[in-house]
Design a protein. Structure first.
Ligand code: AMP
Ligand code: MG
Length: 405
């Protein structure tokens, strides 16, 4: 068993840069509007018309001529949303109009119903409007040709609304990255089984499937292989054959059964094989000649998910066409004393909440890389720079926000 790794240690920023330089957006396709949520636009989307197209009443009321000195007006007709007036408003007259109704010709203002008394077809105004009052002019919300959504934008509820508004029902989006997931380890059993002595349930495969889908990817293959060279070699090649990205878990450290690095050497080029990062120093990243990516994630459940979060998720988002691939980074105050790692940048799991005008971070407890409980429920990763001194409670540090607060 060698005691020194053959791979240079790279810094976190350098590793991320290496990965993102090789993760390129995939081709695009069109999906139905109802299927577009969560996808990333592959083209700018433009407004096909002014909205509103005609001046529109913002309230229920009476359409009038603002400069008309009369305040006792003949009510010519009623206009509701979706119907056009037949009469033209002239001095001495008004048209009863409902919210969303198109302003009749001649009128330039709407007096809201609360300021008008109508008796026997005559309206008495209790308020004299200025020109344009309660009227939405054409193009107020959107103007014809305006880019309403940009390439790379994630389609959420508001974006779905805008796409519908501009009549974009066949939505241009990037193809989802295809991901193959391979859990490795002789000790792993399926989650529905009771592990015999020395065995553990395979949790990484399922956690990584969920994480990949949350990052907008499609999991096209998922399996488990024993720590045997031939079986692993075949499973890894099979994964790379069907996917854009292969994720393996386990088998990347220095043990005698850690075979992933030498196998990756056979089918790809290893870009780095160690990162100055905790948890998950042995993270390995490789690329194939046909542009596929392979990540050898560490086996400890927290290490595999945290390395996924920091290194794989941005790559999947970039391949899936996202403009923004990194989590928001904010400053938080430590609620407790925290001891950093002396040499590696450490990503500790925490819950962050807004308290007394700033973000406060509470640890999720023991930060062991085997303890999934340290990441369940966490909404932030504290980014602790290496150091030999404990950081006292109250220290301000950077944190990546993982979820809504
Ligand atoms: P390895 O990186 O293969 O040496 O694994 C490190 C630790 O993570 C060992 O205790 C493994 O049992 C555990 N481990 C590896 N793969 C998984 C998995 N898929 N699910 C749960 N634990 C795992
Ligand atoms: Mg293993």
């Amino acid at each position: 068993m060698p005691r020194v790794s053959a791979y240079d240690m790279v810094e976190v920023g350098q590793a991320l840069e290496t990965i993102l330089a090789r993760a390129t957006p995939l081709s695009s396709e069109r999906v139905e509007l109802t299927q577009a949520r969560g996808r990333f636009l592959s083209e700018d989307i433009r407004a096909d018309a002014d909205l509103p197209a005609l001046p529109r009443s913002a309230v229920d009321g009476y359409a009038v001529i603002a400069s008309d000195p009369a305040d006792d007006l003949e009510v010519l007709e009623e206009v509701t949303a979706g119907h056009l007036a037949s009469a033209r408003v002239r001095r001495g007259a008004a048209v009863r109009i409902m919210t969303g109704g198109s302003l009749p010709e001649g009128a330039d203002a709407v007096v809201m119903v609360e300021d008008v008394e109508e008796v026997d077809g005559r309206a008495t105004l209790q308020h004299r409007p200025r020109s344009g009052e309660n009227v939405h002019p054409p193009g107020m919300d959107l103007t014809h040709g305006q880019a309403v959504l940009c390439k790379g934008a994630r389609v959420g509820a508001a974006e779905v609304g805008l796409l519908a508004t501009v009549g974009c029902t066949s939505v241009p989006v990037f193809r989802k990255p295809r991901v193959a997931i391979l859990a490795t380890g002789d000790e792993l059993v399926e989650p529905h089984l009771t592990p015999p002595p020395g065995a553990v349930r395979d949790s990484n495969r399922f956690a990584l499937m969920a994480a990949a889908e949350e990052a907008g990817a499609e999991v096209v293959s998922q399996s488990h292989a024993l720590d045997e060279e031939a079986a692993l070699d075949k499973a890894m090649r099979d994964g790379l054959a069907v996917a854009d990205v292969l994720l393996t878990s386990g088998g990347v450290s220095m043990g005698t059964r850690d075979l992933i690095k030498p196998l990756l050497e056979r089918m790809a080029t290893i870009q780095f094989g160690r990162v100055s990062f905790k948890p998950g120093k042995p993270l390995t990243f490789a690329t194939t000649t046909d542009g596929k990516l392979a990540f050898g994630l560490p086996g400890f459940p927290v290490s595999s998910l945290v390395t996924f979060e920091v290194f794989v998720r941005p790559a999947l988002l970039k391949m899936g066409g996202a403009e923004r691939v990194l989590r928001p980074r904010v400053e938080v105050a430590l609620r407790h004393d925290v001891r950093p790692d002396p040499v590696r940048v450490e990503y500790q799991r925490a819950t962050v909440a807004w308290e007394d005008h700033h973000f406060v971070a509470r640890t999720t407890g023991l930060q062991s890389s085997s303890r999934l409980m340290s990441i369940a429920g966490a909404n932030a990763l504290l980014e602790l720079q290496p150091g030999t001194q404990p950081l006292p409670a109250g220290t301000m540090i950077a944190a990546l926000l993982l979820a809504n607060l």
